[in-house]
Ligand binder design. Structure first.
Ligand SMILES: [Zn+2]
Length: 248
């Protein structure tokens, strides 16, 4: 176990080929690229992050303190869930998405998340995933014929209706589940959302902003996204790094 900046014991668990494997966050740097089964090399889309529970809880408590002292605005995205529950779902899902898409960057993601006050539109950096746009992680607890939408809402402190300008030039990923089991459901990008999405696919609750979104069944599969990772060689990799730190 590492000491220094309060690294708790933290791991994610994978089940594949009849075996359960634990990936230690601090040791996850071994290999670039998405998470794969050590036995058969298949992409892993489902993951258990209960090994990170105490860290997630500490982050949710920190965020709550920031909100209570007025340093962070409230989200109020759901009439059925508290801000705290939403934060917990979101952070757990984001950690799971990072472990699935760029496990070698888990530790640096974790440190960035600790400093974060809500990095809108850039949950996972290009440099980490090897993708040409940042990844924005969305989450839902439900996935069936009627439920399970990837939803984009206007950012905080913006007036008016949901519009195309609030859809980032990002890769939007939908995770389903609740702490601490999450499944990668699918992904789309700005173009896909603009073309196939609809206004308010989920009825608006009182006090909620409008949304733009797509049902999970319209999303694209993980292997297609994994195929786009690391494309374009060294020059492209440098361009991704520059874009990440250029504040895009
Ligand atoms: Zn396997």
């Amino acid at each position: 176990m590492r000491q220094g900046f309060g690294v708790e014991f933290m791991y994610v668990s994978i089940d594949h080929c009849g075996q359960s494997e634990q990936v230690q966050v601090a040791n996850a740097h071994t290999r670039r690229g998405p998470l794969r089964c050590k036995q058969c090399d298949a992409l892993i889309s489902g993951i258990d992050v209960s090994g990170a529970q105490s860290w997630i809880d500490s982050q949710v408590a920190r965020k709550r303190e920031l909100t209570q002292t007025g340093q962070l605005g409230t989200r109020k995205q759901s009439a059925h869930q508290s801000d705290e529950q939403i934060d917990r779902d979101g952070l757990s899902a984001e950690l799971a998405a990072c472990a699935i898409l760029c496990p070698h960057s888990l530790e640096v993601w974790r440190r960035a998340a600790h400093k974060s006050r809500g990095n809108h539109g850039r949950d996972l950096l290009r440099y980490w995933t090897g993708l040409n746009q940042p990844v924005e992680v969305k989450h839902t607890r439900y996935q069936d014929a009627k439920r399970g939408f990837l939803l984009v809402r206007p950012p905080r402190q913006t007036p008016g209706r949901m519009g195309e300008e609030y859809i980032d030039d990002a890769i939007y990923v939908l995770m389903v589940g609740e702490p601490f089991q999450h499944q990668f459901v699918g992904w789309t990008n700005r173009e896909g959302l603009v073309r196939e999405g609809q206004l308010n696919p989920v009825p608006m609750q009182p006090g909620q902003r409008e949304s733009w979104g797509m049902h999970w069944s319209q999303l694209r599969p993980l292997d297609e996204l994994a195929g786009d990772m690391g494309r374009g060689g060294m020059l492209r990799a440098i361009a991704r790094r520059v874009a990440d730190f250029g504040g895009a």
